[in-house]
Write a new protein. Sequence first.
Length: 483
Amino acid sequence: MSTETAPRHTFFGQPPVLANLFGVELWERFSFYGMQGILLIYLYYTATRGGLGLSENTATSIVGAYGGSVYLATILGAWVADRLAGPERVLFGSAVLVMLGHISLAVLPGLTGVTTGLILIAVGSGGVKATATSLVGTLYDEHDDRRDAGFSLFYLGINLGALVGPLLTGLLQKNWGFHWGFGLAAVGMAIGLTQYALGRGRLTGAAREVANPLPPGRRVPVAVAVAAAAVLVVVLALTGVLRAAYLSDVVVVLSIVAAVAYFVVILTSRRITGLERRRVLAFIPLFVASAVFWSLYQQQFTVVTIYSDQRLDRDLLGWEMPVSWVQSINPVFIIVLSGVFAALWTRLGPRQPSTPVKFAAGTAIMGVAFLLFLPLAGGGPNSTPLLALAGILLVFTIAELLLSPVGLSLSTKLAPQAFHTQMVALFFLSVALGTAASGTLANYYSETNETAYFGILGAVAVTIGAALALAARPISRLMEGVR
């Protein structure tokens, strides 16, 4: 049920509370993408260039594992929101953790700062993502045709932050050093937290409700289990079992296990109806397609970053632009095209393509984007024109707009009443799986095997997209009235 039944004013035709959520997500993404734009090169640049001097394979594994852990942490954030504190309180606390993580990266040296900062940011960003998306979903009922357009506007806020963050942190990193870039990310998150704190009282009702409260008698066993898991991770890390070069593989396995467990728990729950159960079943093939999509898309932060550093001609009238600026190309296209897509879905209304068709198109087009690297394969340093990579990233963007904001919207529409926030976490689990896989897959990339790398991955994504298109009607029948 909408928390705003009869608003006098709107935010671009949407409920006015969307503006507050738009703002906090914008600044959280500013800090997140600003930091991530320089993270990989910080890990593998030599000490003389201000980096830590790790191997490229280890660096991409850490980045993939970190990115996957952000989305894996949505499980924790969603569970705490549904069982203990409610989504609004979790959103606020998570934003504080994100800010502390960026401060750690900025002020703590070496791997100490990386470890402390990335853990805090992963846990905090996971909580922000699960709850912010869920809170946007509470602004609409399941038959409100504004929903997809609202999520597209919300996605615009994400990408405004993603655009500016890498530009500014990249400039600071290039001119003053990595820790100044990390420090700016901390400042951005502080601004977002302040903005949200001033307006958080406008979110009431479902935003503060605990959907499925945990019985008091179960809180101590849960706390013990969490503490035991944390101790186990520390022990594995200190004994060398949990090696940095294999972190992305670990997150891939954890994501698969968590997703299977979540589907089993929801589908076997006595708290959901037959209709809700069929809708959750319909989500399974969409989950798989989403994971495939993200395993390619998130290589912007692994393979595409290495490619930009080593293969891209970054000369702009005699000045070499920072590597991180490439991360701002996709957000530019998102900002331009998200309004177009929002207007398109609004104009089409009930005549727009079904969600399975959108997912199929997004997955296949993502595969096409990888195939577009083939004509550029085999070139030497600085051989790829910036315009060529920008064109490929435009195709990335079209694929993203067909799947990502639609997936966020779908997860709230298909969610059983008792698992509302946790269904959003399930969508983010597909992102966790794909993001971690992007770090694992990056280990197979090299300048000498580009044709095989981009060709095989692109063909697989196109094939899966085509298969999903063929299955679109049966999946839509399982969704029963949800488009």
